[in-house]
Every structure is written in structure tokens, then in C-alpha cells.
Ligand binder design. Structure first.
Ligand SMILES: CC(=O)N[C@H]1[C@@H](OP(=O)(O)OP(=O)(O)OC[C@H]2O[C@@H](n3ccc(=O)[nH]c3=O)[C@H](O)[C@@H]2O)O[C@H](CO)[C@@H](O)[C@@H]1O
Length: 355
């Protein structure tokens, strides 16, 4: 039986593409294992679908000062030792990494045992973890055509992002039942990335009463961000994170407000949902979400509101305008040629595993 080890973690964006590959890998007869951190979100998501999971020690590699910069290198070295043992024990035919810092020791350990590695970069430019891994990879998949310019030619492949098939199979009525919302007023679905966004949450809640005059709101606000005082507000429901039922919430949504994480925006595009993107600011990140969002805006898929322009008025105006122009956005998205990457990546895995 062919064996594959998947890795990636830190935030859900480094796990859900792996989840998307699992059904097809099973169909192709793979024995699948996963290596992630001991406590990261990847553990819960992967164990939830019944895949054997091994935890390793993990630390973040930062370019800025943080007190953890002194302890994290030791964790990474420990993680490398653990990854070496696991790779030696399980001897996979191939390793697929969706990135994030926990994936670095796994990729390096696979390279040590001459096991072919495929890595996937979802964002426009490679992040630090993937930059470290690229020399050890046999193939580097990417999501945006622009990314090809940052990758070694002989390894690069534009595949797009693997999207969970079931996300396209949601049902509006089930979504209404789950949320308790009515079929009579349009629904806005708000997702502040897999961790939630304090900025997006604050802005939305500021204009909530005005929004509820026309819309109903499903708010996925991230762990620890529920607002108790809004619990009984009619037409408004909030969740920290939504797993399996997310597909039904997508189906129920008429408009979305989202951060511009690479996977989220690919899902929104695949579902043809009119959307407003509020990318994570360059001050709080390396600015990859701004590039992601601008690319979608240029192609006519999204209305983009940058954090420095975010105010009660600008948000409300963007919502009204995007909702009024929804048909134009939907037509643009229907014309897009983005394809699901699952088949392309599984073919690539097949060809490396049989070498
Ligand atoms: C703060 C941060 O580091 N953000 C990065 C992170 O974002 P983040 O982890 O938010 O990643 P994405 O937006 O790309 O993906 C989030 C994934 O979680 C899923 N989801 C989300 C909420 C929920 O309740 N249920 C659920 O299933 C979404 O459907 C999606 O598949 O990884 C992305 C992909 O590398 C990057 O583009 C982002 O810049």
C-alpha cells in the first residue's frame, strides 16, 4: 500500500487544503498519516476525520523581536529530532506539506531520508516557512500565477488551491434551520479568517443595528470573541468556529464579509458569493492578504476595504453597494477559470510516489 504523510498547521488555512485532498487520496488507495504540532488547530481538525496523527514540538520562526525567540529554536530542533524518528518509522512514499512553521522540520526530515516532498504555497509570495522548505522540495505548487516568478522554474507548478468538495454541497434550508434565521431577509455571512478578527468584529458590531434593518447576520468571530450582550439579538447569530455545518452557512449566505486569507477567498470564488474583503493589514502581517485581495478586486470578484479606510460609514456603504451590484459580481465569478486543484495535486503525488 502506498503511504503519504501530510503536514501543515498553525492556523486552519494550513490544514483545510490537506482535508480537501484526503478523500481523493483514500480513493487512490493511500495509507494517510499526519504530522502536526501537539496542540495546534490541526490536531482537532485532522483527528476529527479519523486520520492517525503524530504531534511534534513546534516553534515559530520570527523576523521580529519576541521573548519566545530564545526558546523557540530549541523547540524547532526538538521537533526536527521527532520528525526524523517518525519519517524513519513510517517510511512514506511521499510527503505533502501545506506549510506553516510546524511543517519545516517534517520537510527537512523527509529530505534527509530522500523521500520526495511536495509543498503548496497559497499566498501570492512564499512565506518564511515555505522559503526554508523550497530547496528540499521536489515540487512547489502555487495558487496565483504571480507566485511562479518567486519559485524555481523546474519545481514550480500552478495548481490552484485544493478546496473541500463538501463545501460546494451545502443546503440553504439546512443553513436556515441551523442558524434559526428566516428565509425572508438577505443574509450576510462574516468570517474573520480561521482565528477571527477583532477589527472586523468590532466594525460589524458597531453598525449591527443599522444592518439588521435590512439584513440578517451570521458572524463567525473566532475563539474567545463571542459577545454575550448580543446573544438574544434577533436576526444575529455568532459562532467561534464552524466545522462541518459551514457548507450550509455558505449556502444560506447572500453576501460575505471576509478576511483575505488565500483559502477563504478561493472558496468564496468557487461558491460565487458576492463579497467584501478586509485584508489583514501590512502592519500586522507580511501584507500577503492585501496582495490576495487586490488580485481579486482587479478580476472583478470582490469589493476591497483596507483597514486604514475601515469606518462605520465605509463598511456600511460597501455592504449596500456590493449587495446592489451582486449580480455583476456573480457573473464575473461564474466566468472565472479557477479550477479545483485536488485532481492536479493528487496526480502529482501519484507520479512522485511511484518513482
Ligand atoms: C493571520 C494569518 O496568519 N492568516 C493567514 C492564514 O489565514 P487563515 O488560517 O485564516 O486561512 P484562510 O483564510 O486561507 O483559510 C481558512 C480556512 O478555515 C476555514 N474555516 C474558517 C472559519 C470557520 O469557522 N470554519 C472553517 O472551516 C475556511 O473555510 C478556510 O478553509 O493562512 C492563509 C493561507 O496561507 C493566509 O493567506 C493568511 O494570511
Amino acid at each position: 500500500m502506498k503511504k503519504i504523510i501530510l503536514t501543515g498547521g498553525g492556523t486552519a488555512g494550513h490544514v483545510t487544503p490537506n482535508l480537501a485532498l484526503i478523500p481523493s487520496l483514500k480513493e487512490h488507495g493511500y495509507e494517510i498519516r499526519y504530522i502536526g504540532s501537539y496542540q495546534g488547530i490541526e490536531r482537532k481538525l485532522i483527528e476529527g476525520v479519523g486520520i492517525p496523527y503524530d504531534g511534534i514540538s513546534s516553534g515559530k520562526l520570527r523576523r521580529y523581536f519576541d521573548i519566545k525567540n530564545f526558546s523557540d529554536p530549541f523547540r524547532v530542533v526538538k521537533g526536527y529530532g521527532e520528525a526524523l524518528k517518525l519519517i524513519k518509522l513510517h517510511r512514506p512514499d511521499v510527503v505533502f506539506s501545506k506549510g506553516g512553521f510546524v511543517a519545516v522540520p517534517v520537510v527537512l526530515a523527509a529530505k534527509h531520508y530522500k523521500i520526495p516532498v511536495i509543498i503548496h504555497e497559497s499566498d501570492m509570495t512564499p512565506g518564511l516557512a515555505n522559503k526554508i522548505c523550497i530547496p528540499s522540495a521536489a515540487k512547489v505548487c502555487c495558487n496565483f500565477p504571480e507566485t511562479l516568478g518567486y519559485l524555481p522554474k523546474e519545481k514550480a507548478c500552478l495548481t490552484g488551491s485544493p478546496i473541500r468538495k463538501e463545501l460546494l454541497q451545502g443546503d440553504r434550508l439546512t443553513g436556515l434551520k441551523y442558524t434559526g434565521l428566516s428565509a425572508n431577509r438577505p443574509i450576510i455571512l462574516i468570517i474573520g479568517g480561521s482565528l477571527g478578527s477583532v477589527t472586523v468584529n468590532r466594525s460589524v458590531r458597531h453598525i449591527l443595528s443599522k444592518l439588521l434593518e435590512t439584513f440578517q447576520v451570521i458572524h463567525i468571530c473566532g475563539k474567545g470573541n463571542l459577545d454575550e450582550s448580543l446573544k438574544t439579538t434577533e436576526g444575529y447569530v455568532q459562532y467561534e468556529y464552524v466545522d462541518a455545518p459551514l457548507k450550509h452557512l455558505f449556502a444560506a449566505a447572500d453576501l460575505m464579509i471576509s478576511r483575505a486569507g488565500a483559502n477563504s477567498i478561493c472558496e468564496i470564488l468557487a461558491l460565487h458569493k458576492p463579497n467584501i474583503l478586509i485584508p489583514l493589514s501590512a502592519a500586522a502581517s507580511r501584507g500577503d492578504q492585501i496582495l490576495n485581495a487586490r488580485s481579486f478586486e482587479k478580476q472583478g470578484f470582490s469589493c476591497v476595504l483596507e483597514e486604514e479606510n475601515l469606518s462605520d460609514d465605509s463598511l456600511f456603504q460597501a455592504i449596500t453597494q456590493t449587495y446592489n451590484d451582486r449580480q455583476t459580481y456573480i457573473s464575473r465569478m461564474e466566468q472565472s477559470e479557477l479550477h479545483n486543484a485536488v485532481d492536479t495535486i493528487v496526480d502529482m503525488i501519484e507520479s512522485l510516489a511511484s518513482n
